[in-house]
Design a protein around this ligand. Structure first.
Ligand SMILES: [Zn+2]
Ligand SMILES: [Zn+2]
Length: 351
C-alpha cells in the first residue's frame, strides 16, 4: 500500500503530520498531487474546535482539512476520460452522491449525502501530499492561471455565488460587509458584474487597502466611520441595492437589512455560530427585502476560471503569507497572532 504525508486534526488544537495510505483509486477517480493549499478561516475554526459543526458532530476527528487547492494529476482510474497525468487541475468544494434527486436536477450543492472537502462530513482534504477526487468534481486549470490563483478558485467561487444570489446587476450600488478573502473577492466580483459603486466594510485598514487595490470603489473602516454615513457619502442615497454580508456579525446583518433599499437583496455568506434573537423580521417584510443564504459555489467554478484565464480576476495580491505544504500548524499560529495583516495564507508543494 502506498502512503503519503498528511496534516490531520485529531481534536481541538491537536494537528499533526502523519503517514497515511493514499486513498484507493476508483475507476472514475483522479489522484492529484497538491501544489498549493490555501488556509481558510473555517480550517482555523475546526482546528480550535470553535466551529459549530465540531460541536454538533458534523465534523468528526481525525480529519484532513484543506478545501482550497490546486495541483497536478498524478494518476487516473481506468474509466477517467477528461484527465491524464500531468494535467493542471483544481477541485470542487464537495463530493456529492451523484444519484439523489438534488444531484439529478443539478443542485448537487445541497445533496444530503455530500461530503465537503476538508470540512463537514469531511472528504479527505488538501493538507496532504495528494487528494483523490471523482472526475466529475475536478476542473482543468487553464495554462494562463497560476497555481496560486487556482487555489483561490474555491473562495472566489463562493464569493461569486453570493454576488449572483444577491442579484447584482448593471448600475447597482453594492455594500459588502467584511474584508476577509470572501468579502474582498465578492466586492471585486460585484464590480465585474457591472455595479456602479461598491463599498466594502472592515476593521483593518490593511485588508481594506487590499480591496481598494483590486478596484473596489470605497472602503469603510467601521472603527472610524458609521456605515450609514459612508453609504450616504459615497452613493448620495441612504440605502444600497444589494448587500453581501460576509462578516458573520449579527450586528452587521441587522444593519445590512436596514441599509438595503425596498425591493433589494441581502445575501449572507458567513456563519454566525449562534441563534439570533431580537431579529427584526418585520423590517424585511415591510421593506420587501429578499434575504438569500449562500452555501457552497454551485456552478461558479467555470466563470471564475474564465475570468482568471482572461486576466480579469487576479486574487494573488490577497496572499499575505506562505509556508511549505504540511506546515498548517505554523499557519494557524500566524492566523492567531497576525490577524491585522493577514488575508490569505498559502501552503506550497512542489511545482
Ligand atoms: Zn473556505
Ligand atoms: Zn446527491
Amino acid at each position: 500500500m502506498k502512503t503519503m504525508q498528511a496534516e490531520r486534526i485529531f481534536g481541538p488544537m491537536d494537528m499533526r503530520v502523519v503517514e497515511v495510505p493514499i486513498p484507493e483509486l476508483g475507476d472514475h477517480d483522479v489522484l492529484c498531487r497538491v501544489v498549493r493549499s490555501g488556509v481558510c478561516g473555517t480550517d482555523y475554526a475546526i482546528y480550535t474546535g470553535e466551529f459549530r459543526f465540531v460541536k454538533n458532530g458534523g465534523i468528526t476527528f481525525p480529519m484532513t482539512p484543506g478545501h482550497e487547492w490546486s495541483g497536478v494529476v498524478a494518476d487516473v482510474g481506468s474509466a477517467v476520460e477528461r484527465f491524464a497525468p500531468g494535467d493542471r487541475v483544481v477541485g470542487d468544494t464537495g463530493v456529492a452522491c451523484g444519484h439523489c434527486n438534488e444531484c439529478l436536477v443539478g443542485n448537487y450543492g445541497v445533496c444530503a449525502k455530500a461530503r465537503a472537502v476538508g470540512t463537514i462530513n469531511a472528504w479527505p482534504g488538501a493538507y496532504a501530499e495528494y487528494v483523490v477526487m471523482p472526475e466529475r468534481h475536478v476542473f482543468p486549470l487553464p495554462d494562463s492561471v497560476s497555481f496560486d490563483n487556482g487555489a483561490m478558485v474555491e473562495p472566489a467561487a463562493t464569493a461569486l455565488f453570493s454576488v449572483v444570489k444577491a442579484g447584482v446587476s448593471i448600475g447597482d450600488t453594492v455594500l459588502v460587509q467584511g474584508s476577509g478573502p470572501i468579502g474582498i473577492a465578492a466586492a471585486k466580483l460585484a464590480k465585474l458584474s457591472g455595479a456602479s459603486k461598491v463599498l466594502i466594510t472592515g476593521r483593518k485598514d490593511f485588508k481594506l487597502q487590499k480591496a481598494l487595490e483590486l478596484g473596489v470603489d470605497a472602503a469603510v473602516n467601521t472603527q472610524k466611520e458609521s456605515i450609514a454615513e459612508a453609504v450616504l457619502r459615497h452613493t448620495k442615497e441612504k440605502q444600497v441595492d444589494r448587500v453581501i454580508e460576509a462578516a458573520g456579525s449579527v450586528e452587521l446583518l441587522k444593519e445590512s437589512i436596514a441599509l438595503c433599499r425596498p425591493g433589494g437583496t441581502v445575501s449572507v455568506v458567513a456563519f454566525y455560530e449562534r441563534i439570533v434573537e431580537q431579529f427584526d423580521i418585520d423590517g424585511l417584510v415591510f421593506g420587501d427585502v429578499t434575504l438569500r443564504a449562500v452555501a457552497g459555489s454551485l456552478g461558479m467554478y467555470k466563470p471564475i476560471l474564465r475570468l482568471m484565464a482572461c486576466g480579469m480576476l487576479d486574487l494573488t495580491p490577497l496572499i499575505t503569507g506562505r509556508y511549505p505544504l504540511l506546515n498548517a500548524h505554523k499557519a494557524m499560529a500566524d492566523i492567531r497572532d497576525r490577524n491585522d495583516t493577514r488575508v490569505k495564507i498559502m501552503m506550497e508543494g512542489e511545482g
